[in-house]
Design a protein around this ligand. Structure first.
Ligand code: SF4
Length: 330
């Protein structure tokens, strides 16, 4: 074990356990370690436990500790890093307009929209939030709202009672603990009811410009198909994938992977025959390989359909994308 890894393990008991269990020759050869990005937040305020949550609150705010690049059998750590970065570069060409698919105009709106997006589509959230923010534009307004009225507005999002509790609860916490402002730090964001690491990284990456990896269901599925990691725990996936890329790439990488998962590399039937990164993919053939049939599986702008945002960025419109319809439109 290198001195660097030994020091990291000393500081981080959890990482020590993992590293000890998985100590391999590859780990010794591959000291490309993720930098520990935050010390913090061993304590999770009691408020998090008490409040109803839609996304499971983070047990701890600090990112998973340093982790070595662990390639699949037969691939060197360097080759894995190169392959992963090449896939990301190709995806950047396929989705040059990739962006968060929730409509928002400020950090508060993005925070609320991200909490609402659990167990539903971004489209449905985007169709619901205009009514919510028109009536409750600030954390103060939502903190003082009548829950039954908010429930009625949020009904189309599903789990509307739990989501109402979360957004009112997090608005109260913003008012009481952060002066009505969304905090720009991970360890503070995860103290808010209904806010876990995934939500926090979406907000940090897209409203504050702080790099973060968003490990949602698409991200988990695709990085496994690409054999970037065999981890299954989202925190460990975040650390393992983070080790393959410079931190400055993390937010865009998340968009590229999630966009590919939503449009082409679907859970049940990936459109392999219409996939621009097929030559780089170890899972090619897991889905439809016939080009014509695969083309019919493409979604959103890749299939000639509207996107998820009612107000997408101009780059998306310039590339031929069309906005999503408002709620109730044909
Ligand atoms: S080739 Fe198939 S499995 Fe691989 S990324 Fe493309 S759609 Fe997904």
């Amino acid at each position: 074990m290198t001195k660097k890894a030994a020091a990291a393990q000393k500081k981080a008991p959890a990482a020590k356990k993992t590293a000890a269990a998985k100590k391999t020759a590859a780990a010794k050869k591959a000291p490309a370690l993720v930098k520990k990005t935050a010390a913090a937040a061993k304590k999770t305020p009691a408020a998090v436990k008490k409040a109803a949550s839609v996304e499971k609150p983070a047990k701890k705010a600090a990112p998973v500790q340093k982790i070595a690049v662990r390639p699949p059998a037969g691939e060197s750590p360097t080759a894995l890093v190169r392959r992963a970065r090449r896939i990301n570069r190709e995806l950047a060409e396929v989705y040059p307009y990739a962006h968060p698919e929730l409509d928002f105009e400020n950090p508060f709106q993005l925070l609320v929209a991200t909490v609402l997006s659990a167990q539903t589509t971004d489209l449905r959230v985007n169709q619901t939030t205009p009514g919510l923010f028109a009536k409750y534009p600030t954390p103060e307004d939502l903190a003082a709202a009548n829950p039954e009225e908010v429930e009625e507005i949020l009904r189309p999002c599903g789990f509307f009672r739990a989501k109402t509790k979360s957004v009112i609860g997090l608005s109260k916490a913003l008012v009481e603990n952060f002066g009505g402002e969304v905090p720009g730090k991970l360890e503070e964001l995860v103290t808010l009811p209904g806010v876990g690491r995934k939500t926090a990284f979406v907000v940090l990456g897209n409203a504050f410009g702080r790099p973060g990896i968003t490990v949602d269901t698409h991200f988990q599925r695709l990085v496994r198909r690409w054999q970037w990691t065999d981890e299954t725990d989202p925190d460990k996936i975040e650390a393992a994938v983070g080790a393959l890329f410079p931190k400055s790439d993390w937010t865009d990488l998340s968009h590229h992977v999630i966009w590919h998962g939503r449009r082409i590399c679907h859970a049940r039937k990936p459109a392999c025959g219409a996939c621009p990164i097929a030559p780089l993919c170890p899972a090619y053939g897991e889905g439809e390989t016939d080009p014509e049939k695969a083309k019919k599986l493409l979604k959103y702008e890749k299939g000639g359909f509207p996107g998820q945002r009612l107000k997408p960025p101009q780059a998306y419109l310039d590339a031929g994308g069309t906005p999503a319809p408002p709620l109730g439109a044909a």
